[in-house]
Write a protein that binds this ligand. Structure first.
Ligand SMILES: [Zn+2]
Length: 325
């Protein structure tokens, strides 16, 4: 694992959840199933489809279903969840989620394969499903945000610089991070984009950044003129009008080797990039364009919850019923 397990990869104290705790709470598949049942239907109380009333349900031994104590109709707590169609034991799913919540930099499917003995394909598919739990749409709230771009992949050895002319293998990623305040750690939005042209950058600002925010960027040309940006807003009669966004813009001149000038810097967003670079570079090796957004979502999920005083594993687990359809 090399540098992936470096000291910056440890989580905040309140989020610590050890493998011993994990194995005690989830010793087997039954414990995992009972947890999901309780999460989705507290007290095993379910409105029975047949009785049309709320009744206590009891586990049917040897099967992943619960039965209405009034009429015997079965329900599956896994229906509509990422586990529904899987033959992989629940305990292994939980183990994979536990591992994904245990680092800042993520772990690879290879590691889960080694630890649990599932095939690489199974491990990879589990991760893909778990990442769906970790993708979310947020609007940023901070009044100060940093916006920056990086490049993933490509042939050049130092894979994150701007692409050489004609290099189409580099995938642009744009990140916007709220600056932290004493009350709140900043959150991030990171998107794979077709390019880093002015229209793309402005589209992301309109979508994610509140009016009147201060936007810190480097000197790239696509950021020029942010102060004059407008957004179409519908008035009371539903008529659309262009309204000024009122952004303030602060730029740092990286090409002149200036990286910090007072509070004018993009160090916060660069901190997020370094997680991505260490993680995806060190752990996942080659990530194709197709899946890069899913990886970014996974990293953003952890980053955006690093100040929450519950284990990251619990926070991933909570999404199982949140996302059940
Ligand atoms: Zn019933």
């Amino acid at each position: 694992m090399g540098d992936v397990q470096g000291r910056n990869n440890t989580l905040a104290k309140a989020q610590k959840y050890t493998v011993t705790q994990f194995n005690a709470e989830f010793p087997n598949d039954d414990a995992c199933l009972a947890y999901i049942m309780e999460q989705r239907f507290p007290g095993c109380l379910v409105t029975c489809e047949k009785c049309k009333e709320e009744h206590k349900h009891y586990r049917i031994a040897g099967r992943k279903v619960y039965s209405c104590d009034h009429c015997g109709t079965h329900i599956s707590p896994l229906a509509g969840t990422i586990f529904e169609k899987s033959c992989t034991p629940l305990k292994l799913w939980f183990h994979a989620m536990f591992q994904m919540g245990s680092t800042k930099c993520g772990i690879s499917a290879k590691q889960i394969q080694r630890e649990t003995g599932v095939t690489y394909k199974t491990a990879w598919r589990m991760f893909k499903q778990i990442r769906t739990l970790m993708s979310e749409e947020i609007a940023l709230e901070g009044s100060s945000v940093e916006m920056d771009e990086m490049y993933h992949g490509g042939k050049r050895k130092h894979g994150t610089g701007r692409p050489a002319v004609g290099d189409k293998t580099k995938i642009p990623v744009v990140g916007i991070v709220e600056r932290p305040t004493p009350e709140k750690k900043g959150r991030v939005v990171a998107r794979v984009t077709p390019d880093v042209k002015i229209g793309t950058m402005r589209g992301l600002l309109r979508e994610y950044v509140l009016p009147k925010s201060t936007v810190y960027t480097d000197e790239m040309k696509s950021y020029i003129g942010l102060e004059t940006m407008q957004k179409q807003v519908a008035d009371r009669d539903g008529k659309k009008q262009w309204k000024p966004l009122g952004y303030r813009h602060r730029r740092i001149n990286h090409s002149a080797k200036v990286y910090v000038m007072g509070d004018i810097h993009t160090n916060t967003v660069e901190g997020f990039w370094s997680l991505i670079k260490r993680g995806i570079g060190g752990t996942h090796h080659a990530v194709s364009q197709k899946y890069l957004q899913e990886y970014l979502n996974e990293y953003a999920f952890r980053y955006n919850r690093r100040g929450v005083e519950r284990p990251m594993f619990t926070q991933i687990l909570e999404q199982v019923s949140e996302r059940a359809v």
